[in-house]
Design a protein around this ligand. Structure first.
Ligand SMILES: Nc1nc2c(c(=O)[nH]1)N[C@H]1C(S)=C(S)[C@@H](COP(=O)(O)OP(=O)(O)OC[C@H]3O[C@@H](n4cnc5c(=O)[nH]c(N)nc54)[C@H](O)[C@@H]3O)O[C@H]1N2
Ligand SMILES: Nc1nc2c(c(=O)[nH]1)N[C@H]1C(S)=C(S)[C@@H](COP(=O)(O)OP(=O)(O)OC[C@H]3O[C@@H](n4cnc5c(=O)[nH]c(N)nc54)[C@H](O)[C@@H]3O)O[C@H]1N2
Ligand code: SF4
Ligand SMILES: [Mo]
Length: 904
């Protein structure tokens, strides 16, 4: 019998957020990959959010960096690996010989695998002998790390996801989990459904999708969290919220912390005024917290990314210590990690002020222990430069060579124009990436192609300390190599031994052994260790099942820390930290009167190098936007749907104004994702303040004083085109990936003398005989053109003096047709579908491509009253569930509108 082989899925881990979901990937012979959730992985039990579900659509090789290249006379030329590696090793060696080890740096990423990260850190700290290795985790988790160390003596996340199930209340502080940690959020949603008494509190200046689940939303004034939690500490102390026995036995420093809290925050009314929240609501939160012993306080970038980020973290932990709500099921502070391996990077000490395996750079015994273990020629003697300072040192010329791996700092660092200046004049910029055209790559002297997700092997650690394998299921494309391998090859060429690893399993084993090295109570104890994973053979490493560290000698993981009340400070106690509240580094003034907050949208990942490839993910939020209060828009003379320019003392960007995000007056919110590849000038990093937290060095991404003004244009337009276009001639453009086309939103200045000629130039249609239809209205300002090839639509362009252009969703549907009908042609030129139902509106459900108009029509015409009914009717929300919070909003809004009509 001739049976075709049944494709077997490969178990791996999602490369996006810190929830760390298990993925089952099944490649087919034609290269397509079927993606499903891994039902055996505890983080997600088979579920995936929309980004995870769309992973298969991001794996094509177009746009990939496949060969090493070196810049000669300003032009990048493909070279052999040998030539590229010699170049990197040789120039690093020369610069170190001339200027010392601190003249070179690595800037790496929480998206590296633990094995890659381990090798990078070993090379820099143990062999080059400098600690100038920092990472984008500086922009992300460093305040949480610093807060954990101050409170617990080591960077330890006490709890686990199961604590959410066991809790009676979850407080989400500065976290838009509905969009940023969707699978964890859905888990909370299911708990709430099963137990309606379960309380959810959201503390966020914006009314985010996460608020859909909230019993209470405190829309705090940005930057005021320390006041709020100091106020809670003070309230608990005065209202019977103290676990005296716990505080006495297991903590230090309460008096100082409480005195500090009482000094400014003893009066809830005063706190409410400062935090700009309703006093009754603030008190309601304090009472709820006091009355509920099983509370998890989960926090993310609204906490960490602040010039008081570390204090924000400790002000939260203080409240859990005071009430003894830590180390037991269903309670504790919980830092939500951002990147898939934010935690793994911390295990290997990937930041400039850490050493490997939770040892400390400023501890001479730790330095000696690591050097002894590595048998390395040297060990960095002092902390290196943190990210923002590192790029300043590059601009100042003290750091002369930088190797950037798996991060895109030209987009993601604050004061991003400074990063550009730094890289422009740096002697040697090496970049390892998987994508050819990133904003950062444009400044590389050497470009090295890395293996991407699905091609590489190693481990990652998620928010709950769970180590999971990422496994390869695709062949290596082009000449791409694994990051660990490239690092080892450069290290060997620099003349260093200690980098003879046969594969990631070997590196993992060394990492495991270092975690156990001299790790005993009498020697150099650390809570972090992986004793139970020592000596795995190749098969055991290949089959490694998810496990939470610390991993005991028998192999058992540890879901929860501090159950015995012992902390990692030498006295075994946790510490209260006095957190005196202070204002953000830069406050609005007459010149920059608004406060810029930045963050994420549901369907994009960071600088869009991967999610930007999936048409399914582009429809939800197609363009960058400036969300603001309608009255502020009036005040500053900008209008919803039109472009505006936002500027700060550091830089400027342009995006479209919108309302509806629940932004209080005085604030604007702009997403972080758009960059020089996806828009002409929407890079918000250029605007963001480089102020940092003095302890953690984490930038204040959420609080920059800005000005907003009209971005005056005389026409608006858009193009859908099967071919990619270069659009230098227009004042503003955004590029959006469609199913079978690329969409460009455009705006321009000045009168267009000859629309036909202008359109043909933009679309690159030189052939006078091309199948070309166009229409110009009598005013001569509204113009439409369609270019057909073999009866199919190849390109279309619409221009108008107003931004109210035809529906892109409707036009997109024409690209699926093999032949346009006469009716299609007529509607194209009249700029509207003949069948009005053909306009689905902007995508809400990305999995099934269901638009807002479709959903609202269904709600109205079928009198739907629940999300389940919407799903039953139009499928929306029936797969990953990421759009459920928005479906609830639409339901409420549509029902409210119906109700209002009924009353009329
Ligand atoms: N879709 C998507 N998901 C992601 C990512 C992505 O790029 N896209 N990235 C991942 C990464 S690396 C990270 S770090 C996480 C980030 O996850 P989150 O931290 O949840 O996301 P952000 O949108 O950066 O910011 C969270 C919220 O902080 C609020 N905030 C701003 N200022 C303050 C303040 O002063 N106080 C309080 N309490 N809140 C404030 C903002 O309004 C925002 O809603 O997301 C991860 N998940
Ligand atoms: N204004 C503002 N800025 C922010 C934030 C904010 O909230 N506001 N958040 C900050 C935070 S929390 C974060 S985490 C950062 C994220 O910022 P970045 O790290 O700069 O963003 P990514 O787009 O994830 O960059 C990852 C890069 O690595 C490449 N890559 C992917 N896989 C691999 C691989 O396996 N190997 C190699 N070598 N390369 C690979 C990708 O193509 C991409 O170019 O942004 C920060 N910047
Ligand atoms: S929640 Fe979504 S993005 Fe995050 S790990 Fe899970 S599937 Fe990936
Ligand atoms: Mo992050």
């Amino acid at each position: 019998m001739n049976l075709s082989p049944i494709p077997l899925g490969v178990r791996t881990t999602c490369p996006y957020c810190g929830v760390g979901c298990g993925v089952l990937a099944t490649p087919a012979a034609d290269g397509a990959v079927t993606i499903a959730g891994d039902s055996t992985h505890a983080a997600n039990a088979g579920r995936l959010c929309v980004k995870g579900s769309a992973l298969g659509e991001t794996l094509s090789l177009d746009g990939r960096l496949l060969h090493p290249a070196v810049r000669e006379d300003g032009v990048l030329r493909q070279v052999s690996w040998d030539a590229a590696l010699d170049q990197v090793a040789g120039r690093f060696r020369d610069i170190i010989a001339e200027h010392g080890p601190d003249a070179v740096a690595l800037y790496v990423s929480g998206q590296l695998l633990t094995e890659d990260y381990y090798v990078a850190n070993k090379l820099m700290k143990g062999y080059i002998g400098s600690a100038n290795i920092d990472t984008n985790s500086r922009l992300c988790m460093s305040s949480a790390v610093a807060g954990h160390k101050r409170a617990f003596g080591e960077d330890l996340v006490p709890g686990c996801y199961d604590d959410f199930e066991q809790a009676d209340m979850v407080v989400l502080v500065g976290s838009n989990a509905a969009w940023c940690h969707p699978i964890l959020f859905q888990r909370i949603a299911r708990i709430k459904e099963a137990r309606p008494d379960f309380k959810v509190v959201v503390i966020d200046p914006r009314r985010t999708a996460t608020c859909e689940l909230a019993d209470l939303h405190l829309p705090v004034k940005p930057g005021t969290d320390v006041w709020l939690f100091n106020g809670l500490l003070s309230y608990l102390a005065r209202n019977g919220g103290v676990d005296q026995a716990f505080v006495a036995a297991h903590t230090n420093g309460l008096d100082a912390a409480l005195n500090t809290a009482d000094a400014d925050c003893a009066d809830p009314l005063a706190v409410a005024r400062i935090c700009r929240v309703d006093a009754e609501q603030l008190l309601a939160f304090y009472r709820l917290f006091a009355a509920t012993s099983k509370v998890v306080t989960a926090f993310s970038q609204g906490v960490n990314q602040s010039s008081a980020g570390t204090d924000k973290v400790n002000s939260i932990i203080n409240c859990h210590l005071l009430s003894g709500r830590i180390g037991q099921p269903g309670m504790g502070p919980f830092s939500l990690t951002g990147q898939p391996n934010a935690m793994g990077g911390r295990e290997v000490g990937g930041m400039a002020n850490m050493l490997a395996a939770h040892m400390e750079l400023d501890n001479p015994d730790h330095r000696a222990a690591v050097q002894q273990f590595w048998q390395s020629p040297r060990i960095a003697a002092r902390p290196g430069l943190k990210a923002v300072d590192l790029f300043r040192a590059i601009e100042a010329g003290t750091v002369k060579a930088v190797w950037i791996i798996a991060t895109n700092p030209l987009v993601s660092l604050p004061d991003a124009n400074q990063v550009q200046r730094a890289l422009e004049q740096c002697q040697l910029v090496v970049v390892t990436d998987i994508v050819a055209g990133t904003d950062t790559n444009a400044y590389a002297h050497v470009l090295l192609p890395a293996l991407g997700w699905g091609e590489k092997d190693g481990t990652v650690t998620n928010s709950e300390r769970c180590i999971s394998r990422q496994r390869a299921f695709l062949p290596a494309p082009g000449e791409a190599r694994a990051d660990w391998q490239v690092l080892c090859q450069v290290a060997r060429r620099m003349g260093f031994d200690g980098f003879e690893f046969a594969g990631p399993g070997d590196i993992f084993d060394e990492h495991v052994r270092l975690s156990c090295h001299r790790n005993s109570p009498a020697d150099l104890p650390r809570a972090f260790h992986l004793a139970g994973l020592a000596g795995l053979d190749a098969r055991q490493y290949a089959e490694l099942a998810p496990v939470q560290w610390p991993v005991q000698a028998g192999g058992a993981g540890t879901p929860r820390l501090f159950e015995d009340g012992r902390y990692a400070h030498p006295d075994g106690k946790a510490r209260f930290i006095a957190t005196a509240p202070r204002a953000p580094a830069h406050l609005p003034d007459a010149e920059y009167p608004l406060t810029l907050n930045t963050g994420r949208v549901r369907d994009q990942w960071h600088t869009m190098t991967r999610t930007g490839k999936a048409a399914r993910l582009a429809g939800h939020v197609a363009e960058s936007f400036i969300d603001m209060h309608p009255q502020d828009a009036l005040k500053f003379g900008v209008r919803e749907g039109e472009l505006a320019r936002v500027s700060s003392q550091w830089g400027a960007m342009v995006a479209r104004v919108q309302h509806g995000g629940g932004i209080a007056r005085g604030g604007v919110f702009i997403p972080i994702h758009w960059n020089g590849q996806s828009a002409s000038d929407a890079r918000v990093g250029a605007v963001v303040s480089p102020a940092v937290d003095p302890l953690s060095g984490e930038p204040e991404f959420k609080h920059t004083p800005v000005m907003i003004e009209r971005f005056g244009v005389s026409w608006h337009g858009f193009i859908l085109s099967r071919a990619d276009l270069a659009l230098d001639q227009v004042a503003h453009w955004t590029r959006i990936q469609g199913e079978q086309f690329t969409r460009y939103e455009l705006a321009g200045r000045g009168a267009i003398a000859d629309h036909g000629a202008f359109a043909r130039t933009l679309l690159g249609v030189a052939d006078a005989d091309a199948d070309w239809l166009d229409y110009e209205d009598r005013s001569g300002a509204v113009y439409r053109a369609v270019h057909l090839v073999d009866e199919r639509i190849a390109q279309c362009l619409f221009i108008s003096p107003r931004p109210d252009l035809p529906s892109r969703t409707w036009l997109a549907s024409l690209f699926a047709k093999d032949q346009l009908t006469q009716a299609d042609r007529i509607s194209l030129l009249s700029g509207q579908p003949i069948d009005k139902g053909a306009d689905a509106g902007p995508t809400v459900c990305s999995c099934f491509g269901v638009g807002r108009n479709t959903i609202c029509t269904a709600i109205r015409s079928h009198a739907l009253t629940s999300v389940a009914a919407i799903t039953g009717c139009v499928k929306a929300g029936g797969n990953c569930g990421s759009c459920v919070p928005e479906l609830k909003q639409l339901l409420a809004a549509t029902l409210a509108a119906e109700h209002a009509c009924a009353l009329d």
